[in-house]
Write a new protein. Structure first.
Length: 115
């Protein structure tokens, strides 16, 4: 599955955001999923917030993106909340990093409690 990773970036050290994105990507990649992050979409610096958000929303809505993974504390980020709304409106599968402990990574669904 091809997934977009949404993480809080603004208001925190950039290296922390990049690390969070890579932790999520590596966990999903181990199970055959391909992931893109905001850092893949916009590697350049010095652009406006609107530029970055526009590019991220465009990437999230791409036809080949089947789902969006929302990193921990996404709900504290206006950008992530915008991406969450777009994912809901356009019917993208939504996965939360906070549920990884109960996720079947092959199917990206919550494991059966009896497993």
């Amino acid at each position: 599955m091809r997934l977009y990773i949404s993480i809080p970036i603004t208001g925190r050290p950039l290296h922390e955001a990049k690390y969070q994105a890579e932790v999520i990507r590596n966990k999903l990649r181990m199970h055959g999923h391909e992931c893109i992050t905001p850092f893949d979409i916009c590697p350049e610096s010095g652009k406006s917030y609107a530029y970055y958000m526009g590019r991220d929303i465009e990437a999230l809505l791409a036809d080949d993106i089947e789902g969006v993974v929302f990193g921990a504390d996404f709900h504290d980020s206006k950008g992530c909340m915008l991406e969450h709304a777009a994912a809901q409106i356009y019917g993208k599968r939504i996965i939360y990093q906070s549920t990884f402990y109960m996720l079947d990574f092959d199917t990206l669904t919550i494991k059966n409690k009896l497993d």
